[in-house]
Design a binder for this molecule. Structure first.
Ligand code: PGA
Length: 246
């Protein structure tokens, strides 16, 4: 297991974010062989990045604007996050796609903008419950991957993919680990058509301290993107301990 990422969504205020970041940084070590990152809200970002400077935990943006600077009220660009110390950027998170109506085309622009400024994008893909019920999981994932990766130049940049079934996010109804392993294996085969570097694929969707080991012990699952359980000190610290001692 190589990645433990915590997506704090809009759960924590600035002081809570700083406190949790500090606790996280104190728990983990550089030699763990794990890449750690948190994704605080935009307002808390700068203070969290400062708190985590020189620690094993990186900071990432929850979403990035694609134009570096300009008349885009309410937006914060990939360029600005990079300038403020971000290493990663979530791109195409399910809540951006489904609550804010972002299209595959928007996702592509955010992906390219992240790569342009040297951020490592964490491209989130996943099928809805309707897709799943209609047996369209593979179709949906292949389409999201095609739109994101076709003719994309990485320019030597890394990219990470997070498989997050929409029906599993924030519901407590996590994807069965063997099924996540099967789908992630398919995703990896598919990505090879577009990108000739190794692309790690994480699982996300109701990951908890109790189930994390069942995901990270499977061969194709390179780590986890954790939402709700990463926003509370007790559950997140237990989750990390369980994952790294597995
Ligand atoms: P969850 O969220 O762990 O609360 O299901 C995961 C995510 O949205 O990345």
């Amino acid at each position: 297991m190589k990645y433990i990422f915590g997506n704090w969504k809009m759960y924590l205020n600035t002081q809570q974010s700083i406190d949790l970041a500090r606790e996280f940084a104190q728990l983990v070590q550089d030699g763990d062989g794990v890449e750690y990152a948190v994704f605080p809200n935009t307002l808390a970002f700068y203070d969290v990045a400062a708190e985590l400077k020189n620690s094993p935990v990186a900071t990432g943006a929850q979403n990035v604007g694609w134009t570096p600077q300009g008349a885009y009220t309410g937006s914060t660009s990939a360029f600005m996050f990079s300038d403020a110390g971000a290493k990663y950027a979530l791109v195409g998170h399910s809540e951006r796609r489904h609550v804010f109506g972002e299209t595959n085309e928007d996702v592509r622009k955010r992906l390219e903008a992240s790569i342009d400024v040297g951020l490592t994008p964490v491209l989130c893909i996943g099928e809805t419950k309707e897709d799943r019920d209609a047996d369209k999981t593979e179709y949906r994932l292949k389409k999201q991957l095609l739109k994101a990766f076709e003719n994309l130049s990485l320019n030597g940049n890394r990219v990470i993919v997070a498989y997050e079934p929409v029906w599993a996010i924030g519901t407590g109804d996590a994807c069965v680990p063997e099924e996540a392993q099967r789908v992630i294996n398919l995703i990896k085969q598919e990505i090879k058509q577009y990108v000739d570097t190794d692309v790690p694929v994480l699982y996300g969707g109701s990951v908890s301290a109790d189930n994390v080991v069942s995901y990270v012990s499977l061969p194709d699952i390179d780590g986890v993107l954790v939402g709700g359980a990463s926003s509370k000190a007790e559950s997140f610290m237990t989750l990390i301990n369980n994952a790294i001692s597995a």
